[in-house]
Design a protein around this ligand. Structure first.
Ligand SMILES: C[S@@+](CC[C@H](N)C(=O)[O-])C[C@H]1O[C@@H](n2cnc3c(N)ncnc32)[C@H](O)[C@@H]1O
Length: 280
């Protein structure tokens, strides 16, 4: 079987299973099965694939046809140009979360040091920040022991154990430590919408990483309630929000930190995605 033929096999099965973007996914899965760039597949369509690759690719396709997310099938996800281990223990990194990292890097001040990442999941935000901010000392919390386990594996794979401290906590870590920068991508999907999510999300990603309470805003209310006691001056807060949530979250932050300057950044799709709060 050639690369071209096996891609057709992958496409046929994925499209029959109702996987959107079946052409792209057939190629991505072969990239992982062969450990080759996509351009290689295009340039070598007549090359035969080995029995090992065939078997690996078939098992990927079968798995993906059950609507298991591609990142879980291959065990990896890309975020901010970095490769992370990804599995059912934590949310799969989303491209829109890159805007949150981008904003923090842009607004970072030379005197900043202590960072808190609330709800770290697989650790992607903390790790992306630590890779770009040598002076940052990051505390990353999560309530899920499984997510913390996965974050620990990712942190170790980047050699960042000295830069990122993982803590199991309900939002804020115990104690009175204050932070120069507080970031979070909390669960923000309204509870009633969880059942109608696409199977890749609703069946395979942890409910705890999705469910934002009745109106989806529960975590922002609780984070707002803790900010005044935990943010330094000057200080920065960056929160990812769901579609249509930015205005209400910005109002909550104004009430929590009345002297702050608040702004909202859009994602690439034009959705208001990050609420930034600056305390001067
Ligand atoms: C939307 S996910 C974000 C994960 C990761 N930061 C990312 O951007 O991919 C939210 C995370 O918050 C965690 N979480 C839920 N409730 C929490 C709580 N009360 N305290 C701390 N973390 C919590 C979940 O386990 C999940 O890992």
């Amino acid at each position: 079987m050639t690369i071209g033929e096996i891609l057709n096999y992958g496409f046929d099965h994925l499209s029959q299973a109702g996987i959107p973007e079946a052409v792209l996914e057939a190629e991505l899965l072969l990239e992982y099965a062969m450990d080759q760039e996509r351009i290689y597949l295009h340039l070598h369509r007549n090359q035969n694939v080995s029995e090992t690759v065939r078997e690996k690719y078939r098992s990927y396709i079968v798995d993906r046809c059950r609507h298991r997310p591609l990142q879980h099938v291959v065990g990896q996800a890309e975020f901010y140009g970095l490769k992370f281990k990804s599995d059912k223990r934590a949310l799969i990194p989303r491209p829109e979360t890159e805007i949150l990292v981008e904003e923090v890097l842009e607004q970072w001040q030379p005197g900043f040091h202590n960072v808190l990442d609330i709800g770290t999941g697989s650790g992607i935000i903390a790790i992306a920040l630590a890779k770009h901010l040598a002076s940052a000392r990051i505390t990353a919390t999560d309530q899920s022991p499984e997510a913390l386990e996965l974050a620990g594996i990712n942190i170790k794979s980047f050699g960042l154990e000295d830069n990122i401290h993982l803590v199991q906590a309900d939002l804020f870590p115990q104690g009175a430590e204050r932070f120069d920068c507080i970031v979070s991508n909390p669960p923000y999907i309204p509870s009633a919408q969880i059942a109608s999510l696409q199977p890749e999300v609703g069946l395979f990603e942890p409910a705890m990483s999705l469910d934002g309470g009745a109106d989806g805003l529960e975590f922002y209310r609780r984070i707002a309630g803790g900010l005044a006691g935990r943010l330094n001056r000057p200080g920065l807060v960056a929160l990812e929000v769901g579609m249509g949530q930015a205005e209400e979250v910005a109002e909550m932050m104004t009430r929590a930190l009345p002297a702050s300057e608040i702004s909202v950044t859009k994602d690439l799709a034009g959705v208001n995605r990050v609420v930034l709060v600056k305390m001067h």
